[in-house]
Design a protein around this ligand. Sequence first.
Ligand SMILES: C[C@@](CO)(OP(=O)(O)O)[C@H](O)COP(=O)(O)OP(=O)(O)OC[C@H]1O[C@@H](n2ccc(N)nc2=O)[C@H](O)[C@@H]1O
Ligand SMILES: Nc1ncnc2c1ncn2[C@@H]1O[C@H](COP(=O)(O)OP(=O)(O)O)[C@@H](O)[C@H]1O
Length: 309
Amino acid sequence: MVTVRVPAKVNVQLGVGGVRPDGYHDLANVFFAVALGDEVTATPGDGVTLTCTGPDADAVPLDDTNLAARAARLLAAHHGLPAPGVYLHIAKAIPVAGGMAGGSADGAAALLACDALWGLDTPLDTLLELAAELGSDVPFALLGGVALGRGRGEILEALPVSGTFHWVFAVADGGLSTPAVFRECDRLREESGTGATIEDVPTPDADPELLAALADGDPVALAAALSNDLQAAAVSLRPSLADTLRAGTEAGALAALVSGSGPTCAFLAKDADSAAHIAAALRASGTCRTAHATHGPVPGAQVVSAPRP
Ligand SMILES: C[C@@](CO)(OP(=O)(O)O)[C@H](O)COP(=O)(O)OP(=O)(O)OC[C@H]1O[C@@H](n2ccc(N)nc2=O)[C@H](O)[C@@H]1O
Ligand SMILES: Nc1ncnc2c1ncn2[C@@H]1O[C@H](COP(=O)(O)OP(=O)(O)O)[C@@H](O)[C@H]1O
């Protein structure tokens, strides 16, 4: 049996370029891994089977569309294993369809767990390539820490960061579909007259002030630099998010933003005590289903228990 712990992410910058001919958008995606995470356990089994526990377990597909199952099959196919055998259990804490890359995290965790269970010793570079085939956010879940994702988010460069930042995540009732939020971003751009294609929208780049704030470990400077080009689209599809963002700001957050494609809202706090206070205020506000105080950055997917060699 092998257990892998894997983090959720928040995008401290999500710069979105125009829509490409292949339907994806070029990004300047600054990923930040937080301690809120899932655990994926791989045990020998027949075929690829799955179970999931946690508050959102009912929303997780347990068929071959689950990113953990897809990861197991992709790794087996890459190594030419004729009949992959694994039972995967997902202990899910990351909100589902919440803009925190929970499915991607489970895909990354399953790659690592199956690699260890099957004794394959796949090099990290190869795991990162397989991860990119599974989805744009999956490679970052292997890497963790803080990283800039270019292309559709899969071309990663680790970024320097100092100290620990304190975050609160307000979990919404029900998710938002990532493709629907990108489509809404395009629609809002068309509507405003700027256009939405790569000819219309400049290719985004990482904000130097944001990178300096991360390197300096300065939460006040990071708060001033946070940005998410998908936020307007997420709020357009779910207008009640404006109330959640306001509630966290009124409770003392240094800054509030939608996490990725949403609808989870992220709040940067000045320290751990402030984060606990903001989380309690958000839970009492009636503007979200629940709220979690956490911190980061933390490492990417890691084996936490494995059979004795
Ligand atoms: C927006 C972000 C920010 O990190 O994540 P979430 O906030 O949803 O977790 C990511 O770009 C999501 O990455 P991921 O969820 O892996 O997306 P994928 O499976 O690769 O793509 C799903 C769909 O999202 C859209 N998509 C995704 C990435 C990208 N750079 N441009 C896109 O337009 C496309 O419509 C694509 O068909
Ligand atoms: N292991 C998984 N956990 C959660 N969702 C999954 C998983 N595998 C596939 N999915 C599908 O991916 C969709 C997006 O979920 P998720 O990755 O949690 O959100 P987001 O893309 O907003 O970060 C879900 O609605 C679900 O249908």
